[in-house]
Ligand binder design. Structure first.
Ligand code: PLP
Length: 424
């Protein structure tokens, strides 16, 4: 078919674009690298907080693409934004100005402590940008030859070489040495450990360029940052010229009940990163900073896809919907409802459940170390009840539903969890 004919008869062509369900999971694995341990479910369709598999089974989705589908599935605003932008302009590179990138940066700057934004495609890439910016600031402004970035044990910052090094969990680093130099680990929420690390590293001459922390550790077990700790970290950074970087990839974009997780701690970072929820499920990442540390010059950093009009217009639609629909209030109220319900279940299963914790709609249920139960078993049991959940480590079950989840859906999820514990 000639290109002209294609344009004239899009329906004849698009029919051939229909994706058949012909591959079994075994066949799928013959073509796709097996880097993931997948559940034996093929998801086909979603609407709001629900998804359906290829057998027509319905699930309540409390994973939301791992804290990503801010507005759930097939939200009309997203459908409209995606359709309009693909019909107008979807990608041109950063050789030119585009309206959507500027408007998204403006919205983010006006709704955060930052002054400037850089766009990329994922959380890891956003953190890479933050690491590069912190290193350049250390070299250029503080004349540090050999900068070190402090990160926390049990943190998670991504899967590129620099970000697995920043990630304070050996299981993500195993087999990939040599790792990137210039990182040092401290214990999360432990002030004495941080003070000692800085004293040791800065003993002869200043070396500590930045402290990189999640406001709430997500993958590491849904552990909220301690307010007093973060406020003291902020003071220590100010006193020593050290940059404070918050990884807001999972907890940011409204999930904590505030737009940014750092607001829950009463501090402002110098640099922060966003990704997961930013595009509501369309891939986009951002790295934002205050003016004083904005040392990037043209040519210093780049991303071919970064901030393209397609991703930016969808992210902007997500941002505006959060604001217009008062989504943060829903996050706070539904989060309280969920935690209250989980605590009631925890009281009925005191031997199994050790803790219920979280902010807004990022919550964790921790199993007793003495109990044989694992988070993987709970997740399998709730899948059987039609509820999707995701572990955050071997003993913590994570609840990260779309931010538009309703009170009825929270009740349904709680019922499924109760049944799951009964069945085990
Ligand atoms: C998921 C996550 C990342 C990595 O994001 P990707 O988009 O998978 O690269 C980084 N930091 C935190 C806190 C995350 O939760």
């Amino acid at each position: 078919m000639s290109p002209e004919a294609l344009l004239q008869t899009p329906s004849a062509f698009t029919e051939s674009l229909d994706i058949p369900h012909s591959l079994t999971s075994e066949e799928f694995d013959e073509y796709v690298m097996k880097t993931y341990a997948r559940y034996p479910i093929t998801l086909e369709r979603g609407s709001g907080c629900r998804v359906w598999d290829s057998e027509g089974r319905e699930y309540l989705d409390f994973v939301a693409g791992i804290a990503t589908c801010t507005l759930g599935h097939a939200h009309p605003v997203m459908v409209e934004a995606v359709t309009r932008q693909i019909q107008t302009l979807h990608h041109v590179s950063n050789l030119y100005y585009t309206a959507a990138q500027g408007e998204l940066a403006k919205w983010l700057v006006e709704h955060s402590c930052a002054d400037r934004a850089f766009f990329c495609n994922s959380g890891a890439e956003a953190n890479e940008g933050a690491i590069k910016l912190a290193r350049k600031y250390a070299h250029e402004v503080r004349r540090i030859q050999d900068p070190v970035i402090l990160t926390a044990h049990a943190s998670f910052h991504g899967r590129t070489l620099a970000t697995i090094t920043a990630t304070g969990q050996p299981k993500y680093q195993k087999g990939f040495s040599p790792l990137v130099p210039g990182f040092y680990y401290v214990t999360y929420n432990d002030l004495a450990g941080l003070e000692q690390a800085i004293a040791e590293l800065d003993q002869n001459q200043p070396r500590v360029a930045a402290v990189l922390l999640e406001a709430l550790q997500g993958e590491g077990g849904v552990r909220p940052g301690d307010r007093a700790y973060f406020q003291r970290v902020r003071e220590i950074c100010d006193q020593n010229g050290i940059l404070l970087i918050c990884d807001e990839v999972q907890v940011g974009m409204g999930r904590s009940g505030n737009l940014w997780g750092y607001e829950n701690l009463g501090i402002e970072p110098d640099i922060f990163t966003s990704a997961k929820g930013l595009g509501g499920g369309i891939p986009i990442g951002a790295m934002l900073c205050k003016s004083f540390c904005n040392v990037f010059q043209p040519g210093d950093h780049a991303s071919t896809f970064g901030g393209n009009p397609f991703a930016c217009s969808v992210a902007l639609a997500v941002c505006r919907t959060i604001e217009r629909e008062n989504v943060l209030q829903n996050v706070q109220e539904r989060g309280e409802q969920l935690r209250a319900g989980l605590r009631a279940i925890a009281e009925r299963y005191p031997n199994q459940i050790a803790d219920v914790r979280g902010w807004g709609l990022i919550n964790g249920l921790e199993l007793n170390t003495d109990s044989d139960l694992t988070s993987a078993q709970i997740v399998q049991a709730t899948i059987n009840q039609g509820l999707l959940l995701v572990p955050a480590g071997p003993k913590v079950v994570r609840f990260v539903p779309p931010l538009i989840v309703t009170a009825t859906e929270i009740d349904q999820a709680l019922q499924a969890i109760e049944y799951a514990f009964t069945s085990l």
